[in-house]
Design a protein around this ligand. Structure first.
Ligand code: AMP
Length: 363
């Protein structure tokens, strides 16, 4: 049997593109399904240009590929189940269903994986908000469709209830207690259906709910870092994980609380391309192919900065002044405000001195 595979990737954004690059240098062929024929992956793979719910296009992808994977979680799980062949999607559609709905996700995390999440309750209408204890703070989140802080309402006093009630009446929600965290962290873990391998703990700084800077290793105690990695491994094992998963967490003074999972490589893991001996994309490809997984080593402390549409010129200037910074541009044609256009990774022991693009000007 040939060791060269044809890998079908659903989604041709930067995550799909970087997965494809890893697959290609391992000798595989990639076909991407994306609505845009000029998507970032079009630079490195053949593209079937069709909507994600186009059953004929999904079937064509399935027929032409040995293995399928996805770069984002909002793929139509039922549509995929209807066309894919047995075992062709090693990540499975169950993981998609869990990460598409915060109610399923919380249930999975707290009851199946048995990791700590913020105390929460399911809210089906504003009636469920009537008796909440307003001496505490909360975040109300829609169960589906929210991203980067959209579909969320922080509740700190009775004044927030009008908007919260409207949100609760518009969609099923989860009400979480607000966590007074010290840091937001994340851990990348990859599996091959049997074994898992785990990356160092990342510290994440967001601006306007969009990741701006990742610092590795996260500035938390070794004890908390070990706990964060153990939590990620526990979740991966509970899922019999194939491919890469990101676990987003909050670090408090003495505890780690899981916020959510992303069943794919994640923006906070991009530093691994240069800073680790294998990247989160390499282990994703190895994992979905069921290949043995390497242990991961961090070469040196690293910082990743995102380049949004409004930062492109500043980033170009930055790399001419700092030629040892690794520039990645995803090949997106239009530099829209807040659109992720690229990132920079550099090695630094002084992460506070690495200034985010646009800081003080325009996030
Ligand atoms: P999410 O969409 O769940 O990733 O939430 C977006 C951002 O809101 C997170 O990165 C946190 O900064 C913040 N956030 C979400 N949930 C909570 C919580 N329970 N307590 C405090 N902050 C939160």
């Amino acid at each position: 049997m040939s060791s060269t595979k044809t890998i079908g990737i659903i989604g041709g954004g930067q995550l799909g593109q970087m997965m494809a690059i890893s697959a290609i240098y391992m000798g595989h062929k990639v076909i991407t399904l994306d609505p845009a024929s000029d998507c970032p992956s079009s630079r490195v793979s053949e593209v079937i240009a069709a909507p994600y719910d186009d059953v004929d296009a999904l079937r064509q992808l399935s027929d032409r590929c040995d293995v399928l994977t996805y770069e984002f979680e909002n793929v139509d799980a039922d549509g995929l189940d209807a066309v894919i062949k047995d075992g062709q999607l090693p990540q499975g559609t169950e993981l998609l269903r869990i990460s598409q709905n915060r109610i399923f996700e919380k249930d999975f995390l707290s009851n199946k994986a048995q990791v700590t999440v913020a105390p929460y309750k399911v809210v089906t209408s504003s009636l469920d908000l009537e008796d909440i204890d307003l001496s505490k703070n909360y975040v109300l989140k829609t169960a589906t469709g929210g991203y980067d802080g959209h579909g969320q309402k922080v509740i700190t006093s009775a004044e927030d209830l009008e908007e919260a009630n409207a949100l609760a009446n518009s969609a099923e929600c989860v009400l979480e207690e607000f966590v007074n965290f010290d840091l937001e962290i994340s851990v990348i873990v990859s599996g091959n259906g049997k074994d898992v391998t785990v990356f160092p703990v990342q510290e994440n700084i967001h601006r306007n709910n969009i990741l701006s800077k990742t610092i590795v290793p996260a500035r938390i105690s070794d004890r908390l870092a070990d706990r964060a990695k153990a939590i990620a491994v526990k979740i991966a094992e509970q899922l019999n994980l194939s491919g890469t998963l990101c676990v987003e967490m909050f670090a408090t003074a003495d505890d780690i609380i899981v916020n959510e999972i992303a069943p794919r490589p994640h923006n906070s893991g991009h530093y691994s391309i240069e800073a680790c001996d294998f990247s989160q994309f390499d282990t994703h490809i190895l994992g979905v192919l069921g290949a043995p997984l390497p242990a991961i080593n961090l070469h040196e402390p690293a910082v990743m900065l995102n380049i949004l549409g409004q930062h492109v010129e500043a980033a170009e200037r930055y790399v001419t002044e700092n030629p040892s910074a690794h520039l990645h541009m995803y090949g997106k044609l239009e530099a829209k405000h807040n659109r992720k256009m690229g990132h920079v990774t550099l090695f630094s022991n002084e992460p506070d001195n690495v200034v985010e693009f646009g800081k003080g000007i325009d996030f």
